[in-house]
Structures are given as C-alpha cells and as structure tokens.
Ligand binder design. Structure first.
Ligand SMILES: [Zn+2]
Length: 481
C-alpha cells in the first residue's frame, strides 16, 4: 500500500468518525490466534484513592500517534476505576465530572459488568490479568473517539499495563459506549483476530443484552442501514451504516440460534463468515453463510412471523428495509444494476401477476443470489436460489397480492476469514422480471369465458342445437344490457 493511498484511507476513516463514536478495536498483538501469548507478568497494583492523578498512553486515531492523557480518579467501584482526563474536567467542571464518574461507576458495577460478562465471558479470558487487579479502567477522554486497545494488556512501549477502555466524553450515550468497548475488551481477551462485522455486531448486541436500548430495541445506527442498504455486509468501512447492519445481523443470529450461539462465537477459533458456518455446524445447524445471508435479508424485507418456523422475521424488533424500489407492473428490466458483494437490492411488486419470472445475470467473480417472498391465498412463501450463470426463478401462486424480490451479489465460496476493512468489490448485473403467460395467444376483447364454452359446444353438435344455443346466447346478452 503506497503512502498516498494510506493517507486517503486514514482521511476517509477520520471523516467517518465525525458521525460515530465507537471505532474498531486495536489489536497490536500478533494477528494470529495460533501464536500463543506468553503468560502475563502479574504486577502489584498500588492502592488507588479518589483524586489520584495518573498519566495514560492514548492513541489519536486520526493521526495514529500516541500521546499522554493526564487524568484524575473520580470514582472507584467494585469492578471499575473511573478516570476523567484533566482536559475534560476543565471543560465540564469538577462537579459535573464527579457526577458523571459516579453514574458510570454505578451503572458499570450494577449492570454493565454482570450483563456483558454474561454475554461475552470472563474479562481475563485466556490472556490473563496483566495487573492482578480485577477492576477495569474506564478513561473518560477529551479525544473524540471511543475505543479499546488490546496492547494495554501486555508489555510494550505504549502499554498502560491494565485492562482499560477509552470513552469520548462527548459521545451521545457514554453508558452504551462503555458497554460496547467492554464487550470488545472481553472478546479480545479470548481471541485476537476476529473480524469486524462479527465483532462490532456482537458489541452492539451487548447494548441490547444490557437493557440500554430504547423500547424499539434499535441502536442509533440501525435506521442508517434501513434507509440505505447499498453497502457490503462483510466489508467494514467504519460508517454508521456498518454498525447498524452488523447489529441487525447479531440480533437475527441471537433470535434464530440462541444467545448462547453469540456467547460461543467469542471463543470460536474460526473467524468471519467461515467461523459463523463452522460455529453453526458445531451447534447442530446445517446452513451455509450464503443461505443465512439470504434468509436474514428476507427477514429484514418482510419481517413476517407465523410461517417457515419464523425464519423470516425479527421477533423483538420492527425493522424493515425502507430502501426499496416499487414496481406497479411487469415487465421490468435493469441492465446495469450495481451491487456490492454481500449487498442487495430490494423490489416490491404491488400488483404482481400469479405467475412471474425473475432473472439475474451472474456478477463477475461471484454468484447471483435471489430471494422472492410473496403472499397469496395460502399465505406467505419464500423461494431462493444461488446460481453460477444466469439465475432464473419462476414464481407461481394463487391470487398473489404482494411480492418482494431481493437480488444479491454473493461469492461462490464462503467469504474468506481475512476479509475485513474496505468497501469490497462492486459489480454490475442485469435484472429482468416478467409475467409468465399460460398461453401464447394474445388476449383480445371478445365473448366471456362462458360464452366461449357455449360456442365450442355449439360447433360440435348438430345444426339445430347450434341454432338453439345461439338463440340462448342472444337472450343472455340482452338480459345483461
Ligand atoms: Zn467497536
């Protein structure tokens, strides 16, 4: 990667932080789980008192430069130290700083610590406890990003030699952000190379598991995705949309496969999409990542309970994709639909015929993924297809009153475990939807079906009877005027 490209990437990431607070976890140990971390030295933590001053290494994620943050210890809980940076105290005042520190301490001790541990496991994990003090350091900092750095939990040039999270004092909801970063802390005490669509989704789910979300159970960024789904799910760009979609996925996993499945993922060795597949298999489920993706996107499109074992809904959240194209009639054709890999386009057919066909060309370096959900006189139905080459899905129902078509660009193989940051590949496909006609005859205005039947009978019987039938037809026509 050349330096100008690096600068561009950093610039884009920095720009995105204007809108959001949590940032990806920083893993400065080896990126490979198979490299064992040596047993950590157990340090003797000196007793700390309210009012103590301490300098911490911190990281400016805009410039990737380390700096020293001076902070004061303003609250001590059973499970935490709350330090607030002196810059923050000078901005918000001592009284406000003390009040906030006590609030965070109380929330952490009473709720955050037990709930996040319930979801993720022991904060010492397999990494151990670097300072021999079970308390977590929460540094409320002036810098505008909140994050976790695994390197603090080992010896190193910029290590604080303690388990800690950094929380921006301006973040819209510091308590929820502490939940998110503390979840990262625990996960990274177990494994060191998980990728972000899994990590961030689970950390966002921890906010729900801890009871800090509003009644609709949505995080701040769910709507960002529902309003604009043109994004790769598996590639993480550190945008609001990415956090929203990852949370929706973790939420779906927990509802479909149990919260225990999310717990198991923390310690599951395989990573990313491959890791999800092997973890599902270990839990007794026979489903591929591609099938899971199509099921989940279908649930976000229709959110319908009561059929197919509730596979196509979120039971505890009303979240449906608002970014779709309405088609009032067929045929429809788009010769240049652009899709990100593991990105989708949704169509709603408001007056679908009872028999129609959906065609999607093969995206370069991938496969076409189709999911059609429709409701007819018998209820809801879902048909899906993954295809190398042209995918053609024929749909037939009885008085179909609504249909949703989801077209997706998938990989033929399960996405590699090292796919992480970036926007991902984008390809253009052709999409065609058209009615399937039962006969090739073009319908023309003419006698009603009953009349046609009578005429057919008429030509097959003797002439006298034919005359009688025509008289009957004439009488009938008259009575209808
Ligand atoms: Zn995060």
């Amino acid at each position: 990667m050349n330096s100008s490209w690096t600068l561009l990437c950093l610039g884009l990431i920095a720009f995105s932080f204007v809108f959001i607070q949590p940032v990806p976890v920083h893993n400065n140990f080896d990126q490979n789980d198979s490299v064992s971390i040596p047993t950590q030295p157990m340090l003797q933590t000196p007793a700390q008192e309210i009012g103590d001053n301490r300098s911490f290494w911190a990281l400016n994620l805009d410039t990737m430069e380390h700096y020293v943050a001076d902070a004061y210890l303003l609250a001590i809980g059973n499970h935490c130290y709350i330090y607030i940076e002196d810059l923050v105290i000078s901005i918000i005042g001592e009284e406000e700083a003390n009040a906030r520190a006590e609030t965070y301490r109380d929330e952490f001790d009473a709720n955050i610590y037990p709930r996040v541990i319930d979801l993720a496991g022991d904060p010492d994990g397999t990494l151990g406890d670097i300072d021999g003090d079970p308390r977590i350091y929460i540094l409320i900092a002036e810098h505008r990003q909140s994050y976790y750095r695994q390197s603090n939990e080992g010896a190193g040039e910029y290590s604080n030699m303690c388990e800690m999270v950094y929380i921006c004092y301006r973040t819209s909801n510091p308590v929820r952000t502490i939940v998110h970063e503390f979840h990262h802390l625990i996960w990274f005490n177990y494994e060191f190379d998980e990728i972000h669509f899994v990590l961030e989704g689970a950390a966002e789910y921890a906010k729900y598991h801890s009871g800090y979300l509003p009644a609709n159970n949505m995080t701040d960024w769910v709507q960002d995705f529902l309003d604009d789904i043109d994004d790769s799910f598996i590639y993480f760009e550190v945008e609001a949309q990415d956090y929203g979609v990852c949370y929706l996925f973790a939420f779906y996993l927990a509802e479909q496969y149990g919260v225990q499945f999310l717990r198991d993922m923390v310690q599951h060795g395989d990573d990313g999409a491959v890791g999800l597949e092997t973890a599902l298999e270990a839990a007794g489920y026979n489903i591929s990542f591609n099938e899971l993706y199509l099921d989940w996107m279908t649930s976000l499109t229709i959110d319908e309970q009561g059929f197919a074992d509730d596979r196509y809904c979120l039971q505890d959240m009303d979240a449906t994709i608002q970014d779709y194209t309405t088609l009032e009639s067929l045929p429809y054709q788009d010769d240049s639909l652009s899709l990100y890999c593991y990105g989708s386009k949704v169509y709603q057919l408001t007056s679908p015929p009872d028999s129609f066909s959906v065609e999607m060309s093969q995206p370069a370096n991938g496969v076409a993924g189709l999911s059609v959900a429709f409701r007819d006189a018998q209820g809801w139905h879902v048909q899906q297809m993954q295809k190398e080459g042209l995918a053609i899905l024929d749909v037939t129902g009885e008085s179909i009153d609504t249909a949703h078509v989801i077209v997706s660009y998938l990989f033929a193989e399960t996405p590699a475990a090292d796919i992480d940051f970036g926007s991902g590949p984008r390809e253009t496909v052709q999409v065609l939807m058209h009615e399937i006609n039962e006969t090739t005859d073009t319908p023309t205005p003419g006698p009603s079906n009953t009349d046609q039947a009578l005429l057919i009978i008429a030509v097959s019987i003797p002439i006298t009877a034919t005359i009688i039938v025509f008289v009957l037809l004439l009488l009938r026509r008259k009575s209808e005027i």
